[in-house]
Design a protein around this ligand. Structure first.
Ligand code: UDP
Length: 255
């Protein structure tokens, strides 16, 4: 398998990607400064965590696969008018991205019921929702990223009502585009999480990653889970599932 080509959407831009000091280390990624104050390098690790980091592990080629898959998805979204932080894939594990201030909110989009929503509301997993559901979570590891509402977000100073409206509108567009893309790959997009950020000039852009770590993806015919639930629930064949998603996306995008 060939894992993601280097993709350079901004053709006239010189790539100043020499890595300098590490700015931040998260559960699955590291972020490094570059010579350009407006750009950072993101490095994908093989570490996997779940349930607010209570479950930890590593699996083969995870970093490489998430980098490749997220590159395909961000490229597709950018081609369809979504502003993103993505600049280029640098190598197996690294991407060059615009430096952003991450809005400290996670938006979870649910097309089908699964995971914490199934548990919280006592609803069976796998039911298709007649409406698109947006969950807002406050990004605070020490609190377990609690589910909040718009008023809490404004109270916390995380976003204004106008920014929330812009966030939901952008998220809705992203959801429609992703449903379409995964449908072409014979995959149901059950739910996913995104993070948005603001660039130095104040523009709201899609940031972080979109990968099987941050989505629930089920095969349309067999309903086989092709995402991080294989790790969370000890289902095995984790790397195989991520490879399957990469291959199917590459094929869908070539159509
Ligand atoms: N998710 C994520 N990061 C988080 C929490 C959730 O990427 O910190 C994704 C998760 O992979 C799933 C969706 O958001 O695709 C909904 O997750 P849920 O709230 O059901 O929580 P979970 O069951 O993952 O604890």
């Amino acid at each position: 398998m060939e894992i993601g080509e280097r993709r350079i959407p901004f053709k006239n831009e010189s790539i100043m990607s020499e890595k300098k000091e590490m700015l931040y280390e998260g559960k699955a990624k590291q972020v490094f400064a570059t010579e350009n104050p407006d750009e950072v390098v993101v490095r994908y690790k093989d570490d996997a965590t779940a349930f607010n980091a209570q479950k930890r592990g590593q699996f083969d080629r995870k970093g490489e696969l998430n980098n490749a898959i997220s590159t395909l998805i961000f490229g597709y979204l950018a081609d369809n008018g979504i502003p993103t932080h993505f600049i280029a894939k640098l190598d197996d594990r690294e991407q060059l991205v615009k430096k952003v201030d991450i809005i400290p909110l996670e938006i979870v989009v649910r097309n089908y019921v699964a995971g914490s929503m199934a548990q919280r509301l006592g609803v069976e997993e796998g039911i298709k929702s007649p409406v698109t559901i947006f969950d807002l979570c406050f990004k605070r590891d020490d609190l377990g990223d609690p589910l909040i509402n718009d008023h809490h977000a404004v109270f916390l100073g995380a976003a204004s009502y106008a920014e929330l409206a812009e966030m939901y509108a952008l998220t809705d567009k992203i959801n429609k585009l992703l449903i379409d893309l995964f449908d072409k790959a014979n995959v149901i997009l059950v739910d996913f999480k995104i993070e948005l950020g603001k660039t130095a000039d104040g523009k709201m852009v899609l940031a972080d990653e979109i990968s099987p770590d941050t989505c629930r993806l089920w095969d349309k015919d067999t309903k086989k889970k092709l995402d991080k639930d294989r790790f969370r629930r000890d289902l095995g064949e984790i790397t195989e599932a991520y490879v399957e998603i990469f291959n199917r996306l590459q094929k869908a995008l070539a159509k």
